[in-house]
Structure formats: C-alpha cells, structure tokens
Design a protein around this ligand. Structure first.
Ligand SMILES: [Cu+2]
Length: 82
C-alpha cells in the first residue's frame, strides 16, 4: 500500500514537472496581475519595472521561451514580494 502510494506520487510529480514550465508563466502573470491590482506599496520606479518585466515575460511566453519567461516573471514577483 505504501509502495503504491509512493509510485502514484512519483508519477504525479513527474507529470507535474513536465507540465509545470508551460503552465508556469500564465500562473505567474496572474499572480503578478493580482498583486498589481491590490495597490502594492512600491515606488513608481519599481512599479514601472514590474510592469516592464511582466510584459517582457508575456512576450517570452508567447514566443515559446518559457524558461526565460519564468525567470523574468520571477524577478517581477520578487519586486512585488510574492
Ligand atoms: Cu510560458
């Protein structure tokens, strides 16, 4: 029983990591949009940077460059503290 559940868990994790990258960007963008809609306490400069990174990440995602997109969006999330 224990063995089986570990096997199922392994399969779930393997499936998730394969899908994670392609789904990661829209998830990150959503989180960034949500954070932005809550009036984050950032300077105008930081806010502009977040928006720029958000746009850049979306462009990279649309171009199929999900790895770069996740990286770019991570920087925006870091600025937002999420
Ligand atoms: Cu993507």
């Amino acid at each position: 029983m224990k063995k089986l559940s570990r096997c199922v868990l392994g399969m779930v994790l393997a499936g998730m990591s394969a899908l994670a990258l392609a789904y990661h960007c829209p998830m990150d963008m959503k989180q960034i949009d949500e954070a932005l809609s809550k009036n984050p306490s950032l300077s105008a400069e930081q806010l502009a940077e977040v928006k720029q990174l958000r746009a850049e990440g979306e462009a990279q995602h649309k171009a199929g460059d999900h790895a770069s997109s996740v990286e770019t969006l991570a920087k925006a999330k870091q600025l937002l503290g999420i």
